[in-house]
Design a protein around this ligand. Sequence first.
Ligand SMILES: [Fe+2]
Length: 490
Amino acid sequence: MHIGEQEWRQLRALPGAADASAGSADFHKDLYHRLADREPDEGARREAADFLRAKLMELQSEPAHLPASPSDLLAWMEENTRNVHARYAAYLQDRKAGAPRRYFSNRAHALYVLRGVAPTKLVDGAWLYGLLPHWRNPRLADLVRTYVEELGEGAVDKNHVVLYRKLLASHALDPLDDLDDALYEQGLIQLALAWNAQAFLPEVVGFNLGYEQLPLHLLITSYELNELGLDPYYFTLHVTVDNADTGHARRACQAVMDMLPRLDDGGAFWQRVHAGAKLASAGLGTSDVIKGFDIGREALRILARKATTGQGAHSEYCRIAGRGINDWLAAPEQMPGFVTALEQAGWIRFGEPAEASRFWRLLQGERAEMFGVSSTYELQVLHDWMRGAASADGRPFTEAAPTGGTPKRRATFRAGVRGRGVPAEAAGDPLDPDLTLLREQMRTADDGTRTALLLRAMSPAQHWTPAGLEATRVFWGELTSLPARVPCAA
Ligand SMILES: [Fe+2]
């Protein structure tokens, strides 16, 4: 639970961040934002392509876990699905027999993972974006359809990125600016493919094949989030859309077979599909983020972050172990010592209910002097950190500690929703400057410009906004020869 200053410095060293080939310590994060926040310029696209080439070289000797021949793809996919289902059945059996949760040691752990995988989830589907301009090519039809489904066909309650944004917001898990650079690598790969599809078509097809197969962690994550009273919908949705019968997993196999050259290329395209599939598991995935959780480290990181803003805000009357609070907060490296001093002074009582700690009562509760200083996520981490092993009950910090007797069994998320219903989306047109602009531009555009406007609004940078959602509905309506659900020209 206690971390020394030297260890603290080591822990602050980011996994993978010192990648010499990538240049700066925040290489992945910086390029990710240049590709995700707006339409990237030529320079950013070129850098992304260089990054992909370097990554593909790096992964050359790694196994691709694909069958040797494309003709075995369907059997390979079905075998993977059977295997995952069997392992999930064994997991459920274990749980039924009384085994503890396998992934999330407490509520803070689950929230930490939802934050950690956010850079990837917030660009969900991006790897297919570059195929959109080729939507008339029948060989790409399945992949274009998969992309539009990732976008929820423009429905706000089905767009995967919107769903994840709502999940983050509902638990105050943003902002994400303090996440390690390594957590941006997988999302960066997806964005780099999005903006360079022309040069990396076989890799895009291979990435999609690798990424759309059902992983065991999706099933267990859904189960344990629900158990902790956290909304698992984003994850359960992927269990259903990636299904092996008609879903993205099967379509990904079909897409490879559709795209393989009819002319003899000596197996070059298939080899590049293999290389692309390896990209799907590059970087830190969900399982890595789950394993990487250390509540003591996360609590210290949060306290160190607070120290930067709180330093100087305390009066000289506040003293711990003979030193003023401002002095303790002067350098983040002093946090482990500060925590030890707080514990020795009896301000933090590890292994007891958080409410027993004076430090906790400063942060939370009636007339708490530091009320509002920490987000709900940060409070949950500090709460579970102080409680130690007892936090395995998954209790939210907002819920009063049970007083004597056997604690009540927690309602799952689904049971809670059944009880109170789901609030409806606000009706009416969303107020959004891009939406107004898109409608104006569409009104006067000729056919070619109109398509370009729609495709632009459906990029990873925009598809989750009101303008992007409307563009998706119009595009999909026209593509499937159905009237658009919401006309663009009002
Ligand atoms: Fe998705």
